[in-house]
Design a protein around this ligand. Structure first.
Ligand code: BG6
Ligand code: MG
Length: 213
């Protein structure tokens, strides 16, 4: 029985995925590497440093950069990303998400967040949703990012539920893999999962309850 729903953030609650893409594309371009939307799909859900390493490997220049260089390049990308986030407001919540969260809350279903983004609390504040989330898993406290299951396991622990009583919602293949690795039932937004939906406006308690049957 579903007693808790665990959300991914970027691409599920709000479309910050497009800002990550802009900031990565600009940084990659400065390093002489061109990335496109198809390659960007492989970065979705992946932690910041892992994403940068993937970009450098894609450009065949990973060996040119030390760990310190990588840290400062990742910081540079994050500074641009944070500038793009400045304009974020409640209007940027994806269609149907707030109504769905309210429906879950009024049915006493716990709400967790399993994002590997270190900017998650800032983003949720800007969207005025932070008060409605029962627990935000801290990515700096888990050993591995997606596609490892750690962040989903931590989010389920934080809302006090067994994995079998939770359902996770993701827009990225890496996130669906993470849920499958811990046997969490999955809803995919535009990505194949146990229950696949085209967009966030299709989410409702009735729809996700199909996973209980
Ligand atoms: C994930 C995004 O939610 O967070 C990735 O899908 C991003 O694209 C990752 O790289 C880390 O986010 P941040 O905000 O800590 O750089
Ligand atoms: Mg996502």
């Amino acid at each position: 029985m579903i007693k808790g729903v665990i959300f991914d953030l970027d691409g599920v609650i709000t479309d910050t995925a497009k800002f990550h893409y802009i900031a990565w594309k600009n940084l990659a371009s400065e390093l002489g590497i061109e990335i496109d939307e198809k390659f960007n799909e492989t970065l979705k859900g992946i932690p910041r440093l892992d994403s940068l390493i993937k970009i450098l490997e894609y450009g065949g220049v990973r060996q040119k950069y030390s760990d310190t260089d990588i840290d400062s390049l990742a910081d540079k990308k994050n500074e641009e990303y944070k500038l793009l986030l400045e304009e974020l407001s409640k209007d940027d919540i994806l269609p149907g998400i707030e109504e769905f969260i309210d429906e879950l809350r009024s049915n006493n279903i716990k709400i967790g967040l399993a994002s590997v983004s270190k900017n998650a609390p800032t983003i949720l504040k800007k969207l005025e949703l932070i008060e409605k989330i029962d627990f935000i898993a801290d990515p700096s406290k888990v050993a591995k990012g997606k596609p490892a299951p750690d962040i989903f396991i931590e989010a389920a622990r934080g809302i006090g539920l067994e994995i079998e009583n939770t359902v996770g919602i993701e827009d990225a293949e890496s996130g669906v893999k993470a849920m499958r690795a811990c046997n969490m039932r999955s809803v995919g937004i535009g990505v194949e999962a146990d229950l696949t939906l085209k967009g966030t406006s299709e989410l409702s308690l009735e729809v996700i309850s199909m996973l209980d049957k």
